[in-house]
Design a protein around this ligand. Sequence first.
Ligand SMILES: *Cc1c(COP(=O)(O)O)cnc(C)c1O
Length: 477
Amino acid sequence: MKYISTRGNAPAKNFTEILLGGLAPDGGLYLPEQYPQVTRAELDAWRKLSYADLAFAVLSKFITDIPANDLRAIINKTYTAAVYSNGRADSDFKQITPLRTLEPGVHILELSNGPTLAFKDMAMQLLGNLFEYALAKKHDELNILGATSGDTGSAAEYAMRGKHGIRVFMLSPHGKMSSFQRAQMYSLQDPNIYNIAINGMFDDAQDMVKAVSNDHAFKAKYKIGTVNSINWARVSAQIVYYFKGYFAATKSNDEQVAFSVPSGNFGNICAGHIARMMGLPIGQLILATNENDVLDEFFRTGVYRPRGTDHTYETSSPSMDISKASNFERFVFDLVGRDGAKLREFWSKVDTGGAFDIKGTAYWEALPKFDFASGKSTHQDRLMTIRELWEEYGVMVDPHTADGLKVGLEQRRPSLPLICLETALPAKFEETIVEALGRQPERPAALEGIEKLPQRFDKLPPDVAQLKAFIAARVPS
Ligand SMILES: *Cc1c(COP(=O)(O)O)cnc(C)c1O
């Protein structure tokens, strides 16, 4: 399997060649040259598989340059009940992603039972094991530099902790995260994890990371890399649970389902699009946004108009607060018939702060064939959905999952069973749960009292030179 760039001007590469990098050299994102197809016989056989066996079956179609035995060992180590047993007390951890049925035809796929209680663990844990394997093969090292306001940074740290050849330098805004989030990250004592609290806002931390990444000499000398959501390996790992969820919600492969997906950077739902392109019988893919509705606007009007960070709202589903959707380019590449020149034309506008409009073109005519629906959910919608779920089913959902349920129930075709992807547990978002229900969220037993553990972090001012010196002092060059 070879990977090509959405912008059509970069050489094709193998999986392991794109694993540790980010963007393609022409500024595009990598995608498989063709989507591997799943036969009816395969679907029938896969229905009975455990999560790890299913992950191996799906991922072997995308990863053809790691020996099968090695890939199997990496996957077996990643998808075990021991790793995914931090979630709700009444979950069946052996399933890795258990399906919770609210009523016939309405389900939640639990993706948040990993160590940081968010779905990002599903892909990030695999990434950690793939990185360690690939670096050992090359006798190389990687220093991951990132900025976080919560979810991504903690998922990366829990995936990379204790891994040989990897260090993590994670910047976070000092005093701006919840005490739970802070405890989750800062209580890690692994010597390869460096939490750096920046005296400033998240944007200051983000700017420092960008400044270091733009210093190409420093980046090369200190082997700096990232784990952001455009990484292809993360998208590929997310394809697996669409299969798992489909099998759990249906009795035969003649049935179709709808998935609803709380969306920000379009990574999670992009994996659903690819699962469907492979032949998984997904009817609708329903995209849910919060008040930051750039993607909903595209599917309703044909206009893609990223907002710029000063027009991004801070909401109570903060992991969906995006100004532009970094993985969206992958879907548009398929929509325009994989025409790299067309993609370059669209993104020459996006990359300079503009918009593009497909209304009135053949692409707008082609869009219904991909069968997406979309909608937006506001703070009030979120509170109401959390309340309704609690009162009707005794199920507590987090604000992001509430956005997905609200839009999914509104947009699905009634003939299709609905599977809503759960993207985090309520324990991560106490404030909104208390506002909705007047009570604290349940917290998994393993994380009781986490705020009392000793914390380990360094403080730095928002100063790029000091950040570089901090890294240089800890990385042998
Ligand atoms: C990252 C995240 C999302 C958004 O997922 P994308 O892949 O960026 O669309 C939604 N909910 C939660 C809780 C997240 O952490």
